[in-house]
Write a protein that binds this ligand. Structure first.
Ligand code: C2O
Length: 554
C-alpha cells in the first residue's frame, strides 16, 4: 500500500496552478432560511451563494452579471490583499463604480494567500440580503494534518430587506426617537439555514472554517464535547492554540479555522451551538431583549443519521480567549520604527438630523468618482498625495514603505469590528470595555504580535494596529457592521499614490462607469485640480441609496 500512497501525495504536490473561471448571474431568488419566505440575492438562481475553492497560485476570474433589475452591485473579496490588482477590490465608489442592472464586470486576480476568506457585495449595505459566500484558499501542500474539511458560516438575519431597514435606520425619525438605534435581527443562521447538519466519521481530524458573514453582532460558538484547536485567523496561520474549556468568538468579517478530532465511535451525534452577542444589540443601550427573543442557533455533527439530534449544552458564562493571544505561525517581528501615525477618533454624531459617525469630526460621504480613479487620474499628478482631492471620504495618504500605525479610539458605547482592506495588520494593543483612549503608551506589546484583517474595538476603548505600506492602492478601513458602514464609519487609506501606475487597469471597469453613469476621472467631484464644485456633501434623511434610480436596460 505505501508506494501507492506516496504516488498519490506526489501527484497532489505537483498539481499546476490553474485558471478558475466563474460566470455569476446575480438575481433575486426566493428563500425561507428560518421559515419566513422573502426575496434574497442569489447567484445563478441558487441561494445560499456557492462556496469558492481555489489553491494558492491559481488565477480567479469571475464575470459578474447584475441581473437584479432594481439595484446596482459590486463584489468584494474580503481579506484578499489584491497586490498590484487593487482595481479588483470590489468596493463601490472606492475601487470601481457600482455595476448597474444589466451590466457585467470582470474580476480577475492572482490568488496568493492561503486560508479562510469570503466574498460579499460591497455596495450600499447589500450583502445582508444574501449576496455573500465562503472563499477558501487551499495550500498546494497542506502544512496541517487533517482528513477532511468543511465550512460553517454564522450570521444574523432579517425578514425585511436592507433598503427598507436602512431607510428607517437612516431616517430623521429614528434619530429623533432613538438616537439612531439599529434594526434588531429576526433570527440567527448557520450556513444560511436553520438546524443544518455536518456529516462526520469517527476517528478523524477535521479542519473547520468558520466565517462570520453577518451584518451586526459577533458570535460565540462551540462543538459539544469536541475540543477546538485554533490554527488560523483571517488568513493568518497561527501556532496551534487549544481552546480547552474556554470559548472563542468571531466578529462580523472575521474568520477562524479550527481542528477538531471526532470520537472513536458513532454512538451518538453532537450539537454545534452558536449565540450572537446580545450585549451589542440590547444591553449596551440598557434595553432587555423581548421575552421570546432567540439569539441562538444550533447545527449538528452527525455521526449516525438514524440517531437523534441532541439539544445543545447550556452555557451560563463565557470565558473568551483574547484574540491577542494568538501567535502568527511565521512569528513576524513587531514592525518598527513607525514612520507615520494616524489617530482616528470615532464618534456617533449626526448630520442633517440623521445618525452619522464621524472620524476626527468629519463625516464620510461617497464621492462622485471612485477614490482610486481619482488617485489614478487627477490633474496635476502631484495632487494625488493631497487628501483634499478625495472629498468627504476621510482620506489618509501614506507613503510607500512606511511602517504605519493606526490608533482607533472608540468614543461610542458599543463594539465595532474594524476591517482594513489590502492588509493583515499587527495588533499591538486592544483595551477592554471602558479601557480609555490611546495616550501613547503600550502595555506588554508582543515581540511577534497577532495579525488579522478585522479587529473588534471595545466600547470607550481603543486599539492600535501596524502594517507596512507595501501594497499600492486605495483601501477602506471601516466598521464591518453594515448599519455603521452606511452611516459613515469609514476611513480611506490612499497607499503609495506614487506607485499606482503599476496597477492593472481593466477597460471593462470603465465601461461599467459609463453605463451607471459615473465619471471615471478627476477629483472626487469629477473636476480638475482642487475645484470640488458639485461635490456630494449632503446627508439625505431616509435615503439608503440602495435602489437603482433609473434602471438601464441594455
Ligand atoms: Cu468585508 Cu470592506 O469589507
Amino acid at each position: 500500500m505505501l508506494p501507492v500512497l506516496f504516488l498519490v501525495s506526489g501527484l497532489v504536490q505537483f498539481v499546476a496552478a490553474k485558471d478558475v473561471y466563474l460566470y455569476w448571474n446575480v438575481t433575486w431568488v426566493t428563500a425561507a432560511p428560518d421559515g419566513f419566505e422573502r426575496p434574497v440575492i442569489g447567484i445563478n438562481g441558487q441561494w445560499p451563494c456557492p462556496q469558492i475553492d481555489v489553491t494558492v497560485g491559481d488565477r480567479l476570474i469571475v464575470d459578474v452579471e447584475n441581473g437584479l433589475g432594481n439595484q446596482s452591485t459590486a463584489i468584494h473579496w474580503h481579506g484578499f490583499h489584491q497586490r498590484m490588482s487593487g482595481t479588483m477590490d470590489g468596493a463601490s465608489w472606492v475601487t470601481q463604480c457600482p455595476v448597474a442592472p444589466g451590466q457585467v464586470i470582470r474580476y480577475d486576480f492572482k490568488v496568493d494567500q492561503a486560508g479562510t476568506y469570503w466574498y460579499h457585495s460591497h455596495h450600499m449595505g447589500q450583502y445582508p440580503d444574501g449576496l455573500r459566500g465562503a472563499l477558501i484558499v487551499h495550500e498546494p501542500t497542506p502544512h496541517l494534518q487533517y482528513d477532511d474539511e468543511f465550512t460553517i458560516t454564522l450570521s444574523d438575519w432579517y425578514h425585511q430587506e436592507m433598503p427598507e431597514l436602512l431607510d428607517y435606520y437612516l431616517s430623521a425619525e429614528n434619530f429623533a426617537n432613538t438616537g439612531g438605534e439599529e434594526p434588531i435581527p429576526d433570527s440567527v443562521l448557520i450556513n444560511d439555514a436553520t438546524n443544518p447538519i455536518f456529516k462526520v466519521q469517527p476517528n478523524k481530524t477535521y479542519l473547520v472554517h468558520i466565517i462570520c458573514i453577518g451584518n451586526w453582532p459577533g458570535h460565540g460558538f462551540l462543538f459539544d464535547e469536541h475540543e477546538m484547536t485554533v490554527v488560523e485567523i483571517d488568513g493568518v496561520f497561527v501556532d496551534p492554540y487549544p481552546v480547552g474549556s474556554r470559548h472563542v468568538r468571531v466578529a462580523t468579517g472575521q474568520r477562524m479555522s479550527v481542528l477538531i478530532r471526532t470520537k472513536p465511535d458513532a454512538s451518538r451525534n453532537y450539537a454545534f451551538w452558536d449565540t450572537v452577542d446580545i450585549n451589542m444589540m440590547f444591553f449596551y443601550q440598557n434595553k432587555v431583549p423581548p421575552p421570546d427573543y432567540n439569539p441562538n442557533a444550533t447545527a449538528w455533527l452527525v455521526y449516525d443519521e438514524t440517531k437523534p439530534l441532541p439539544p445543545p449544552p447550556i452555557i451560563h458564562e463565557f470565558d473568551f480567549v483574547d484574540d491577542l493571544e494568538f501567535l502568527p505561525a511565521d512569528h513576524e517581528p513587531l514592525l518598527e520604527p513607525v514612520n507615520h501615525q494616524i489617530i482616528l477618533n470615532t464618534t456617533p454624531s449626526s448630520s442633517n438630523g440623521v445618525l452619522r459617525y464621524t472620524i476626527n469630526d468629519q463625516i464620510y460621504l461617497p464621492p462622485q468618482v471612485p477614490s482610486l480613479y481619482t488617485a489614478l487620474t487627477v490633474c496635476p499628478k502631484e495632487l494625488r498625495s493631497d487628501p483634499r482631492i478625495y472629498g468627504n471620504v476621510n482620506p489618509y495618504v501614506i507613503n510607500y514603505g512606511d511602517v504605519v500605525e493606526i490608533v482607533i479610539n472608540n468614543y461610542h458605547g458599543n463594539l465595532h469590528p474594524w476591517h482594513l482592506h489590502g492588509h493583515q495588520f499587527q495588533v499591538l494593543q486592544r483595551t477592554d470595555v471602558n479601557g480609555g483612549y490611546f495616550e501613547g503608551y503600550f502595555q506588554n506589546v508582543s515581540a511577534t504580535p497577532m495579525r488579522r484583517d478585522t479587529i473588534m474595538v471595545q466600547n470607550y476603548g481603543h486599539t492600535v494596529i501596524r502594517f507596512r505600506a507595501d501594497n499600492p492602492g486605495v483601501w477602506l478601513l471601516h466598521c464591518h457592521i453594515e448599519w455603521h458602514t452606511e452611516s459613515g464609519l469609514i476611513a480611506t487609506i490612499i497607499e503609495a499614490p506614487d506607485h499606482l501606475e503599476e496597477l492593472v487597469r481593466p477597460r471593462d471597469h470603465l465601461r461599467v462607469c459609463g453605463a451607471y453613469p459615473a465619471p471615471t476621472s478627476g477629483n472626487a467631484a469629477g473636476n480638475v485640480g482642487l475645484n470640488l464644485e458639485g461635490l456630494n456633501d449632503v446627508v439625505v434623511p431616509g435615503d439608503s441609496g440602495a435602489t437603482y434610480p433609473t434602471p438601464v436596460y441594455t
